[in-house]
Design a protein around this ligand. Structure first.
Ligand code: GLC
Length: 572
């Protein structure tokens, strides 16, 4: 039975005060990535972001699909959880081939989610609670049903012809080059009306915009203004790596032998991703964002932190929050691997962003869970990404320990890549299942059959039940977030790694103006001890703020339960 996590009040602090000695000066062998304390804070640096996949969050009109009124009805829940900003995955009109990532009108709301009036209502209600709204801006491509594309394909001389990428084939039945779509097959589709191919990095129903055309740039920049004027606080920019292609259409080289789940060769996307011109666009979008004190978050699949730095921009004039997906690549509870990744991103040229799951990535609950201690591990992971120096983005349902539930039969698959790549690639349905609000029918998500099945775990892992259980994953999230909000060291402090040789416990300090927090995370299934008597100077007193699984401090030694968390405060 897990001990209650405990937050110690100022009054009881004196009783629990213990003396420890902790080295925390810059330059100590124990430190890493010593960035200066934040001098000028921006709202998004202290914000906790929460991603909502609107189809799956809350259904207000009982059609089995979530909607904006549904989101509005859950704002109090989000506020109580400790969320400052919601990022809503695309809710614009769309044929839904890629569930909204195929936009047919950037300046409206899809009727399945409601109306612009519903959006305004949501925005107004969110504002009352101090919650910012971030929209998802699909910048690389539109739907093939967007009026721009319909005009573009209508003739070789149409007004929008050059808004997309049209080319002649190499020969009869031969696409212009060897580029393949990330969703399978050639990245070129022949359109019989004009007998030319158009380029699509994703599905054929998602033609790529031609960002070399200034008219495209102007139109897309205006979209952001239109939403800023309506009250949105920023955008998550979809698939930014893919905006530009080599105009000479040079063939991509083979990356490695073999075929992927779609039967395509493994190519290196050298000539159709991450072209330098991407950064001109990001600088332009940032200029507009700056006029509105808005934030730009990027879907940035970078190979290393050097590449991540490019997205902050040379003069920090591109994305404020490029997502560090390298963090999601640490797919095991490995202190060494996390330590390395954290140190690298902490030394990056901009403010870190931490993500452990999203609508394209298997949920963290099963990625890290061992099948026996999944709840403890979910709390451990929460303690990690919510106490690091940076802005966390919580994916809906992570806070209640939702698990990935992929389809088991081909006929149940909704995500087209799952149908195309079955069984090797089952698609992304598993991480997009309905939010589990209660243990009632359909997990309280809808009174109608939900568009994706509700996982069986809804009976134990749901908001209503967990809100009543002080030892639940949800209550732990709330406590960490409350602590984070109230504690300047957690919000602004430097990150200092400690006990860096420890193979089982990841531990670090957060230090701000003489105040500090120590975070110790036991990533193993056995009880572990770590000493806070570190090399260097500085005598501090420490007291527990939050702990799980009977983790405690004895003298200068922390004793951590299997997968246990101990977060304490110290002062010099
Ligand atoms: C991004 C989205 C993903 C979508 C793709 C195409 O990667 O996160 O869900 O399928 O872009 O828009």
């Amino acid at each position: 039975m897990e001990a209650l996590v405990m937050r110690i009040s100022a009054k009881s602090l004196a009783v629990t005060m213990l003396i420890c000695s902790v080295a925390w000066t810059a330059g100590s062998a124990q430190t890493a990535g010593n960035k200066m304390d934040s001098k000028s804070d921006r709202w998004w640096q202290h914000a906790v972001f929460y991603e909502i996949y609107p189809r799956s969050f809350a259904d207000s009109n009982d059609d089995g699909v979530g909607d904006l009124r549904g989101i509005a009805s859950k704002l109090d829940y989000l506020k109580d959880l400790g969320v400052d900003a919601i990022w809503i995955s695309p809710c614009f009109p769309s044929p839904q081939v890629d569930f909204g990532y195929d936009v047919s009108d950037y300046e409206n709301i899809d009727s399945m989610y409601g109306t612009l009036a519903d959006f305004d209502f949501l925005a107004g209600e969110a504002k009352k609670r101090g919650i910012h709204i971030i929209l998802d801006f699909v910048v690389n491509h539109t739907s093939d049903q967007h009026k721009w594309f319909l005009d573009s394909k209508s003739s070789r001389t149409s007004a929008h012809r050059d808004w997309y990428i049209w080319r002649d084939g190499k020969g009869p039945g031969q696409p212009p080059n060897n580029w393949v779509s990330v969703f399978g097959g050639s990245a070129w589709k022949l359109d019989p009306t004009t007998n030319q191919y158009y380029y699509h990095f994703f599905y054929p129903e998602q033609p790529d915009l031609n960002w070399r055309n200034p008219a495209v740039r102007d139109a897309m920049f205006d979209v952001t203004r239109w939403w800023y004027e309506r009250g949105v606080s920023g955008f998550r920019l979809d698939a930014v790596d893919t905006l530009f292609e080599d105009p000479n259409l040079t063939d991509n080289p083979i990356d490695r032998p073999g075929k992927n789940a779609f039967g395509d060769p493994f190519l290196k996307n050298q000539y159709n991703t991450k072209l330098p011109e991407v950064h001109d666009v990001l600088r332009g979008l940032r200029e507009v964002a700056n006029e509105y004190n808005a934030v730009l978050i990027g879907e940035t699949w970078t190979a290393d932190v050097a590449e991540l730095n490019q997205y902050y921009g040379k003069a920090n004039d591109e994305l404020q929050l490029p997502m560090d997906f390298l963090f999601t690549m640490v797919n095991q509870l490995s202190p060494a691997a996390f330590r390395k990744q954290i140190a690298e991103v902490d030394a990056a040229s901009g403010w870190p962003t931490f993500v452990i799951s999203n609508h394209d990535i298997v949920r963290s609950y099963d990625r890290y869970g061992d099948g026996r201690h999944n709840d403890q591990i979910a709390k451990l992971m929460a303690a990690l990404y919510l106490t690091l120096r940076g802005s966390p983005i919580i994916y809906y349902g992570e806070e209640i320990g939702m698990k990935t539930t992929p389809p088991t039969r081909l006929e149940d698959v909704q995500d087209p890549i799952g149908r195309k790549g079955w069984p090797q690639e089952k698609g992304r349905d598993g991480e997009r299942t309905p939010m589990q609000w209660s243990d009632t029918q359909n997990a309280g998500f809808s009174n109608a059959k939900p568009w994706l099945p509700v996982p069986e775990t809804y009976k134990t892992h749901n908001v209503a039940s967990e809100a009543k259980d002080p030892a639940s994953v949800l209550e732990f999230y709330k406590r960490v977030l409350k602590l984070r909000r109230a504690n300047e060291a957690l919000l602004k402090g430097r990150y200092v790694a400690i006990n860096e040789a420890d193979a089982n416990v990841l531990s670090y300090l957060r230090i701000y103006q003489g105040r500090g927090v120590v975070v110790a995370l036991n990533m193993s299934g056995k009880r572990r001890k770590i000493s806070l008597e570190l090399k260097g100077n500085g005598v501090v007193s420490a007291h527990r703020l939050l702990a799980t699984g009977q983790s405690s401090i004895e003298g200068k030694v922390l004793s951590l339960a299997p997968y246990g968390v101990w977060i304490g405060e110290f002062s010099k």
